[in-house]
Design a protein around this ligand. Structure first.
Ligand code: SF4
Ligand code: SF4
Ligand SMILES: [Zn+2]
Length: 276
């Protein structure tokens, strides 16, 4: 398996994986979406709420705010020694106290642990008018996207097969496929069609170029052929800001390795392999 990054920042990664099956690519996608733990607000004590939002709606909005998550510090309540009671290892606490008139924003959530600030400061929560007020305490815990979308560390996570573009000798260089391509992937050169350098990955496999070629009356088969490489995939992943996107990828791969090892152990136990 080979991984090559064509783009990597704190929030966004674009990379190609070569030498894996569709099942593995989908397993990685699902692990990044639903198995990487993050913090999210799960419990809110509302002391005062004279806004137009019901308490439940307010708590729901708070739960969807991405929070910076250091998984070397925080662990889930199920794994914590406090046995679900809530302690600084499994729970991040916030206070919020705002009076109108003004917009309440995510930056108004004041964390006890400065490493767990909201990932974005400007997320609007509610507009308060004159004499309206919100005072509350919120508790965030670690969970995963498979429990609820609020614990999902990715905002976008998908893949496509690597496109393979081939032009055969029937091509007469008419250029109709260039005009039809919505991603500006093709160009002409020496009377033939070729892929513009560095733009092959942008091909969406829409096959409009093949249809344009056929519409030009070339016969029953187009001169340009679009195929998908079955063992090479282009991934695009965006973090919600709770942790760097590279950490999401690494933790998803660790999850896959651990569950695979666990499965092997179970199989050995069933078959008796490795026992005396
Ligand atoms: S399949 Fe679509 S995106 Fe790809 S080269 Fe053809 S027209 Fe362009
Ligand atoms: S439409 Fe077909 S024949 Fe015309 S340039 Fe494209 S591949 Fe060649
Ligand atoms: Zn605890």
């Amino acid at each position: 398996m080979e991984i090559a990054f064509s783009r990597l920042s704190e929030r966004v990664a674009r990379f190609t994986i070569n030498g894996v099956s569709t099942s593995f690519a989908n397993m990685l996608r699902r692990a990044m979406i639903s198995e990487v733990p993050t913090l999210a607000i799960d419990d809110v004590l509302i002391y005062d709420n004279t806004s137009v939002l019901f308490d439940e709606m307010l708590a729901h909005r708070l739960g969807l705010i991405p929070l910076r998550t250091n998984l070397d510090h925080y662990r889930s309540r199920a794994e914590c020694t406090c046995e679900g009671a809530g302690c600084p290892i499994c729970t991040a606490t916030y206070t919020l106290s705002v009076e109108g008139p003004r917009t309440v924003r995510s930056s108004d959530l004041i964390p006890q642990d400065p490493d767990t600030t909201p990932a974005e400061a400007d997320i609007p929560i509610i507009e308060l008018e004159e004499d309206q007020k919100i005072v509350l305490e919120a508790h965030a815990i670690v969970g995963t996207g498979k429990e609820h979308a609020k614990w999902q560390a990715t905002t976008a996570c998908g893949y496509k097969n690597y496109p393979v573009i081939r032009v055969d000798e029937k091509c007469d260089g008419c250029g109709m496929c260039i005009d039809e391509c919505p991603r500006d992937v093709l160009e002409s050169g020496n009377g033939k069609i070729r892929v513009i350098g560095g733009r092959q990955e942008l091909c969406s496999l829409c096959r409009l170029c093949e249809r344009a070629c056929l519409a030009g009356g070339i016969g029953t088969e187009p001169a340009i052929h679009i195929d998908a490489d079955e063992n090479r995939f282009i991934f695009m992943v965006e973090s919600d800001g709770s942790m760097p996107v590279l950490e999401i990828i690494e933790r998803a791969l660790q999850y896959i390795r651990k569950t695979s090892d666990d499965l092997v152990d179970v199989m050995k136990e069933i078959t008796g392999e490795g026992t005396v």
